[in-house]
Design a protein around this ligand. Structure first.
Ligand code: SF4
Length: 725
């Protein structure tokens, strides 16, 4: 869709944007409600720009609303009330991230707006922590109660105030950062596995880049993916799926080749021309072997830029040992290295969809490899992050090596959609830490595992009911800020978090100012641009300028070692890989019925995720798809159905993250198992992030079969040739 057509469809809304954005005079006639089709009055649709907040990618969306009516009863009398019904969410075609597309979770954001389990107003805990029992209170009581606790924590030690939020950058994060600064508390952190802390750390170490590098896959000819499931749950799925489409089919006569090295046949591996089954934790070995082969065969373009110490380390490496560690045939590695070196536009996209203790080393090695390929800052290569006015929340504080340690020292915990009780393993002592925290306050829209421990809930509006500006994780532009202004009245008695924080700050006389989307955008406007124009199109974007000149490496050392695994191979013979999936990513999508219903791309399972078991192990342990198995680590156990995956690596079992919430509404509570819960508390020391791939487990078939594994695909259901029994 071009700009002209875009403005045709949003033209009916522009006045609404101006009204809601420029004044507080919102239309009282518009109250959101998911109205059945037969109750909709046939009429004109309106499309309104907004932002998707279902993950940190920050896609711009447009929202279709239609006018409807419902019957309400007041004082025994029935009334007809006009309502604005949100019917559909699509990608904003002007947004450089989504380009008019969305992932499944973006479409399902409709179900978070109209979710029957949304918190409808302020509440106070009415029984013991963790039981998720609350009763309603007024906003004045809620503010007074929390302000009192905040004042106590503030006067005793502001360092004991911990704010956990989602890994997004935008006005919300900036507002929280300002609030914490105003009370002298440390900056917000996140426990989510989708913070991509290692990717940001390696980019910072290699080039001093602050943020996530952008891989210009669309203009590359040959791509080597390593550990980054970039068309599924990694960094920005819609952006990279679009880039991948362009790489494959967007250029007449050119079809890019993707080779993907990964320890699981992920969605990216399944979409590749060739998959290299890599041993878990051998990513640095693989990347250094490829680099060494390129240097030996003189297939690099930029050898002079490689720091001498890095060159020496690679030259001293024992190539046969490196290749042996990968588990991949030497001839294949040599061929891939040659193809990569000979391509006219090669790129290496490395990430840590499953985090190992040596992932930062692997990502650093990938940056040096791209440097040697001469693609840093070049079209079709690795582009630096675009400048952003907001930083991402980190996974650890400077004082504490990881979030679990930070939580143990907290006196007052504030939660904004972050769910550490789900994201952190039981072995980290998270449940005890939550029990010991004096006061817990949640601003979330749902009662999740951790919010069930809260003393008070002060619910925020839904993203579609709020004003916000989100800065996308990656975008093909030099400036990208996606903007949503409210166009429907909040459905429930919720309050914008900046208003709530403002009132709390006022109660303790803290000098706090909120950050609005308009405040963030206005200084960036150029002559002739107005805030109303930007709000009407849903964002401020600037085209990429000329390709950035190659960046010089800052870090002049390359070390690597084997990944650490908790548990001995004789007691725990399998390496366990919990991975972020398309449906649930870090677990947040599990309360959306469309996501529960979406067939898993690998197993086609619905309303549950199985444990992926390789065929040899399945034969040995007499496991068939649909049998129940028990996975046990030194730190816990879970039970789940098995899926015999013909492409799973022997000795490696994998499971999507998402199920197994103790509390998260009717669609997710008490369903399935949480793979993160049984992990060893092993952390990546350079970032403080949980090393999600560092746990060994044992596997046993269970005799009982408490539930059927529901599979969409008939061949999967019938097991067919993969039944193994
Ligand atoms: S990638 Fe993230 S931000 Fe974009 S549509 Fe999907 S869930 Fe929303």
């Amino acid at each position: 869709m071009d700009r002209r057509n875009f403005f045709k469809i949003v033209s009916t809304v522009s006045a609404g944007v101006a009204t809601t954005a420029c004044s507080s005079n919102k239309s009282d006639a518009l109250t959101p409600l998911l109205v059945p089709e037969h109750e909709i009055i046939p009429g004109e649709e309106q499309w309104h720009p907004s932002v998707c907040s279902e993950c940190s990618a920050g896609c711009g969306v447009i929202v279709r609303i239609m006018e409807g009516e419902r019957i309400i009863e007041r004082s025994g009398q029935k009334f007809r009330e006009r309502v604005a019904c949100v019917k559909k969410i699509e990608g904003n075609p002007l947004d450089p991230v989504s380009g008019g597309r969305l992932c499944a979770r973006g479409h399902a954001a409709l179900q978070s707006l109209y979710n029957p389990d949304r918190v409808r107003g302020p509440m106070r805990r009415s029984s013991e922590r963790g039981k998720a029992e609350f009763h309603s209170i007024s906003w004045s009581e809620a503010i007074a109660t929390v302000a009192d606790k905040l004042a106590q924590a503030h006067s005793s030690d502001p360092a004991g105030i911990l704010f956990l939020t989602t890994p997004q950058a935008g006005t919300r994060t900036l507002t929280i950062q300002h609030f914490l600064a105003s009370i002298g508390a440390p900056p917000p952190l996140t426990s989510s596995i989708a913070a991509f802390a290692s990717e940001r750390k390696a980019a910072d170490m290699a080039f001093g880049w602050k943020g996530l590098p952008r891989y210009d896959l669309a203009h590359a000819r040959y791509a080597l993916g390593v550990g980054a499931d970039f068309v599924s749950g990694w960094v920005s799925p819609v952006y990279y799926a679009r880039q991948f489409g362009q790489f494959r089919q967007g250029r007449p006569g050119i079809r890019g080749k993707l080779v993907h090295a990964d320890s699981r046949m992920s969605l990216t591996a399944a979409s590749a021309d060739e998959w290299l089954p890599l041993r878990p934790g051998a990513e640095p070995h693989f990347l250094i072997a490829i680099t060494r082969l390129l240097l030996d065969e003189k297939l690099v373009r930029n050898a002079s830029q490689l720091p001498a110490a890095v060159n020496d380390s690679i030259a001293r490496a024992n190539l046969p040992d490196l290749i042996r560690a990968t588990g991949i045939d030497e001839a294949r590695i040599r061929r891939v290295a040659r193809e990569l070196g000979e391509s006219e536009a090669p790129i290496v996209i490395a990430g840590a969809s499953v985090l190992h203790t040596n992932s930062v080393q692997a990502l650093l090695a990938a940056h040096y490899l791209n440097l040697l390929l001469g693609n840093i800052g070049q079209t079709g290569g690795v582009l630096p992050p675009y400048p952003r006015p907001v930083s991402f929340p980190e996974s650890a504080s400077p004082q504490n090596p990881n979030i679990a340690e930070t939580l143990k020292r907290a006196q007052l915990l504030m939660l904004d959609g972050d769910n550490p009780l789900y994201s952190l393993p039981k072995g980290s002592g998270i449940a005890q830490a939550l029990t010991n925290i004096r006061t817990i306050v949640s601003f979330g829209s749902f009662i999740d595992d951790t919010a069930a421990y809260a003393d008070a809930i002060l619910p925020d509006h839904h993203a579609l009911e709020s004003e916000s500006a989100l800065i996308p994780a990656v975008a093909n532009s030099s400036v990208a800020i996606n903007i949503g202004v409210p166009f429907i009245r909040p459905l429930y008695d919720t309050r914008a978090i900046d208003q709530t924080l403002g009132e709390l700050a006022q109660k303790i006389n803290a000098p706090f100012e909120t950050v609005s989307a308009r405040n963030l955008v206005t200084p960036l406007l150029e002559t002739g641009e107005t805030w109303d124009q930007i709000a009407r199109q849903g964002g401020l974007w600037r085209e990429n300028g000329a390709a950035t000149p190659g960046s010089k490496p800052l870090f002049e050392k390359l070390e690597w070692g084997d990944a650490a695994f908790d548990g001995t191979p004789d007691q725990f013979p399998f390496i366990f890989q919990p991975y972020p999936s398309l449906q649930y990513q870090d677990g947040r999508g599990a309360n959306l019925p469309w996501m529960q219903e979406l067939p898993d791309p690998t197993s086609s399972s619905m309303w549950g995720v199985p444990v992926e078991v390789d065929a040899q192990t399945a034969v040995r342990l007499n496991i068939a798809t649909g049998d129940w198995v028990r996975l046990e680590s030194a730190h816990g156990a879970l039970e789940a159905p098995a899926y015999v995956h013909p492409a799973a690596l022997p000795g490696v079992v994998s499971m999507a993250i998402g199920e197994g919430h103790a509390h998260y509404g009717r669609y997710a509570s008490g369903k399935g198992a949480n793979p993160l819960s049984i992990l060893a508390p092993v952390w990546d020391h350079s970032t403080g992030a949980l090393a999600s791939g560092a746990t060994r487990v044992r596997l046993a078939r269970l005799e009982k079969k408490p539930e059927e594994l529901i599979q969409f695909s008939p061949s999967d259901r019938e097991q067919g040739r993969w039944g193994y029994r």
